[in-house]
Design a protein around this ligand. Structure first.
Ligand SMILES: [Zn+2]
Ligand SMILES: [Zn+2]
Length: 192
């Protein structure tokens, strides 16, 4: 058996078949893996794929090339760069995605509703430390915790729901002992 020397000119243009006689494509080039120079490949250009086939998978070379049975064609196949066109419809899908994203913004509206409903009900400002109902002193414009004996801030969300005195317009203080609202400016209880 004569040892055959594989040259570029001897293989380029040859039709390549798999071991089960399936036509793969034409050899268009020769390649050498720089990481592994002993791995010489032939580039087979098929109809819609190109195959980078190590020469070790070549079973026979004559007028045609026949590949070995164990040639992992799926692994060796490379998709042609022409498939880039298919990314355009994908962009259209991406544009449609923000519309789908905006739909979950409904729960935000739903969250706001329960807040609006109790807003008609008075809210008792309480001390963030001990939970005691705070006293509003109109002369200082401040909220005071009688238990902690200190002034404290009331969050605006709570403040907007604190009932006001119909006479003077100041915030009312909730007297837990009597379960009534009291105006420290007018010095009287107010029905809320
Ligand atoms: Zn307190
Ligand atoms: Zn008042």
């Amino acid at each position: 058996m004569v040892r055959k020397m594989l040259t570029k000119s001897s293989v380029i243009g040859l039709n390549t078949y798999t071991s089960d006689a399936r036509y793969l494509g034409k050899v268009v080039d020769f390649g050498v893996d720089l990481q592994n120079p002993s791995n010489v490949t032939i580039i087979v250009e098929g109809k819609d794929k190109r195959y980078v086939v190590p020469v070790s998978y070549i079973k026979a070379v004559g007028d045609i090339i026949i590949l070995a049975e164990n040639a992992p064609l799926d692994e060796l196949a490379e998709s042609k760069p022409s498939t880039q066109v298919s990314t355009q419809p994908t962009t259209t899908v991406t544009t449609a995605t923000p519309a789908t994203v905006s739909t979950p913004s409904y729960p935000t509206t739903r969250v706001q509703q329960p807040i609006q409903q109790p807003s008609t009900q008075p809210v008792i400002p309480r001390c963030p430390t001990c939970g005691t109902a705070l006293i509003y002193y109109p002369q200082y414009g401040k909220w005071y915790c009688p238990r902690c004996r200190k002034y404290t801030e009331v969050p605006p969300a709570v403040l907007s729901r604190v009932p006001r005195c119909p006479t003077c317009g100041n915030y009312l203080s909730y007297i837990e002992q009597y379960q009534k609202w009291y105006c420290y400016k007018c010095g009287k209880y107010v029905n809320v």
